[in-house]
Each structure stands twice: as structure tokens, then as C-alpha cells.
Ligand binder design. Structure first.
Ligand code: AHN
Ligand code: ZN
Length: 332
């Protein structure tokens, strides 16, 4: 019984491999073998579970209990993947005069290597859903499933995969706090880039190690939305064109060209701006650009109460995760 089944299976396999040009190979498999290097497989279910775990704490608004609890969870998670962690406890003041007790959470993988890259995302959620179509929601906090948790979820899954096969380079996973406490449309004062990205500004002035050097940084911001498109972002192009090109090429090789068109998008004031201008580390931002979307160029859920786990698309997490993982394993 067992033997005959094996023979039938073998015959079936033979049929498939010589099948007269009719057999269709799954498209991702057809593309991935161009990778010269063996690499583990990014698991979007796992990344999704890390996004959900963060939103399950409730909105991670700085100074809240959910925020503190999530900070501890993030550090623990990085530790569990074998990263050496540093938590920067930061006191920063927002544009509206609020003193934030924040945490930049850093996980160093392969910390001895002097060939390093940074993978980063902000982990805080916005205190107000002030882009919500319903003004009654404008004072409610945002879950930040996409705006915050998605980038962190992808990076955590990458960190988990890095245990399976050690990369040749060192990776620093950095989760920046206090990115999203910036002024909204109702603010009547002068809005400045410096109102955003308070955690990344702090780290850029005072990295977790003296004399810290990295080849470049990749920021993942809002990398879990349905229908996302990632165009080449303007500040990234300005400071780090070669890195942008490398990642967009990798997106094509891994089969994700539709989500990563070779075209320029807008300019986004984001954490990468400070890494470039203050730390002088070339930094790119993988951030959606949806010029046709009437609610926001970042997608329909941006700074609304609908930015919750129900609007996270695993296909987007997968495309971004595979692209980044591909580059990591092809760095020399
Ligand atoms: C501004 O809207 C000025 N910058 C976008 C940065 C951001 C906010 N990323 C997520 N939320
Ligand atoms: Zn935001």
C-alpha cells in the first residue's frame, strides 16, 4: 500500500516536471531562484500576529499604560529573537507642550559586526484621529495598526527569520517612539518638520552607541495597508538614491513590482529625514503613496479610527518583508 503510493507520487512528480510546457509554476517560485543566496521565507501570518499583538494593548499613545506595556513587550520580543537590546528612556516635549516619557527600543543582531544596517519604524500611535471623516472621532486615539504597528511587525518577523540563517552583516532594529504627536490641520501655529519624529531626532543626536556607524537605514512606515503602492519617496531619493534603487530592484526580483512601481512619489516628513539630516546616515522611507485616494495620500485609514487590525492586509506585509529580507541576505 505504502510502496504503491510512493510510486504513484513519483509518477505524478515526473509528469509535472516533463509536462509538455503546460505546467504552470507558481509565479513567486519562478522569480525567487534568481536569488544567489539561500534565505529563509518571510511569514506574513507571523508578521500579522505581531501587528495584532501591539494593537491588542490598545492605542500606544505616549504616557499611557498601553504604551508602557507595549514597550516592555517589544523589548522582550527582540530579546527572544537573540537580539542584544538597549532601551533609550527619553523625555521629549511635543509641539503642544506635553512632556512625553518615551522609549526608543533597539535590538542589535550580530552586534560585533562593523558592517551594519538599520531597520526602523515608529511604534507609538497617534493621540488623535484628526483625519477621520467624522469630527466626533477627532479627539479619539488611533489604534495605529498600519501607522505604527505594521512596520514594527515586519521588522520583528525579519528578526525572527535572521535566527534561522545568520546574515553576513549586522542588523539594528530600531523602534522609534513619539513620531506621531505632530500638529494636525486644526493647529493654527507654524507647523515644522521637528514637531514629528521626536524619538528619531533624539536617537539621531544620541545613538545607542558612541561613534555609531551604519551603512544605511530603512524606515518602514504604514507597510500593511490594503491596496498600498510604494513609490520612490522624495527625501529618500535626495539623500540615498542608490539605496532606494537597490530596494526597488529587489522588489522586482522578488515579484512585487506592481506594489513597488519604478516611479517617484511625494516627499514625506518622517523619521528618515532626521536620520539623514542629523545622524548623516543615508536613510530611505518605504511609505505608501496613493495620489488617487481622497482621504489621504497615505491611504484611507490614515489618522482615522479605521486604522485598526481589520484593515491590515497580509499581502502588503509579505511584499515589504520579502523585499527587505532579500536585500539583507544579498548584502556583502
Ligand atoms: C506628516 O504628515 C507631516 N508626516 C507624515 C509622517 C507620519 C505620520 N507617518 C506616520 N504618521
Ligand atoms: Zn501618523
Amino acid at each position: 500500500m505504502k510502496k504503491s503510493l510512493t510510486i504513484v507520487l513519483a509518477a505524478l512528480l515526473l509528469c509535472v516536471s516533463c509536462g509538455g510546457g503546460k505546467t504552470t509554476v507558481p509565479s513567486r517560485k519562478a522569480v525567487v531562484p534568481t536569488a544567489q543566496v539561500e534565505m529563509p521565507t518571510f511569514n506574513a501570518d507571523s508578521a500579522y500576529s505581531y501587528v495584532k499583538a501591539q494593537t491588542d494593548f490598545g492605542p500606544r499613545v505616549p504616557n499611557s499604560t498601553a504604551h508602557k506595556k507595549c514597550a516592555e513587550w517589544l523589548e522582550q520580543k527582540l530579546k527572544s529573537f537573540g537580539a542584544e537590546t538597549v532601551v533609550q528612556n527619553i523625555q521629549v516635549t511635543t509641539f503642544d507642550g506635553t512632556l512625553i516619557n518615551g522609549y526608543n527600543i533597539i535590538g542589535q543582531i550580530n552586534p560585533e559586526s562593523n558592517k551594519r544596517i538599520v531597520l526602523c519604524a515608529h511604534w507609538d500611535s497617534r493621540p488623535w484621529a484628526d483625519n477621520d471623516p467624522d469630527p466626533a472621532n477627532h479627539k479619539k486615539p488611533v489604534d495605529g495598526a498600519n501607522d505604527g504597528a505594521s512596520g514594527v511587525g515586519v521588522i520583528l518577523e525579519i528578526a525572527r527569520q535572521l535566527q534561522i540563517k545568520a546574515p553576513t552583516i549586522g542588523i539594528d532594529c530600531i523602534f522609534f517612539d513619539a513620531e506621531d504627536w505632530g500638529p494636525g490641520d486644526s493647529y493654527t501655529g507654524r507647523s515644522l518638520p521637528e514637531h514629528w519624529g521626536l524619538g528619531s531626532q533624539y536617537w539621531s543626536r544620541r545613538p545607542h552607541k558612541d561613534g555609531y556607524i551604519a551603512r544605511y537605514a530603512v524606515l518602514l512606515d504604514m507597510v500593511g495597508g490594503k491596496g498600498a503602492r510604494f513609490y520612490k519617496e522624495g527625501i529618500s531619493n535626495h539623500y540615498a538614491k542608490g539605496i532606494v534603487d537597490k530596494y526597488w530592484e529587489a522588489a522586482g526580483i522578488t515579484g512585487h513590482r506592481a506594489m513597488f512601481p519604478i516611479e517617484d512619489g511625494g516627499f514625506v516628513t518622517d523619521d528618515h529625514y532626521f536620520i539623514n539630516s542629523i545622524a548623516h546616515i543615508p536613510a530611505i522611507d518605504i511609505v505608501p503613496y496613493l495620489p488617487e485616494c481622497k482621504e489621504s495620500n497615505f491611504g484611507p485609514t490614515w489618522h482615522t479610527v479605521t486604522d485598526n487590525i481589520s484593515n491590515i492586509d497580509k499581502a502588503t506585509l509579505q511584499a515589504v518583508g520579502e523585499t527587505v529580507l532579500y536585500v539583507i541576505y544579498n548584502e556583502k
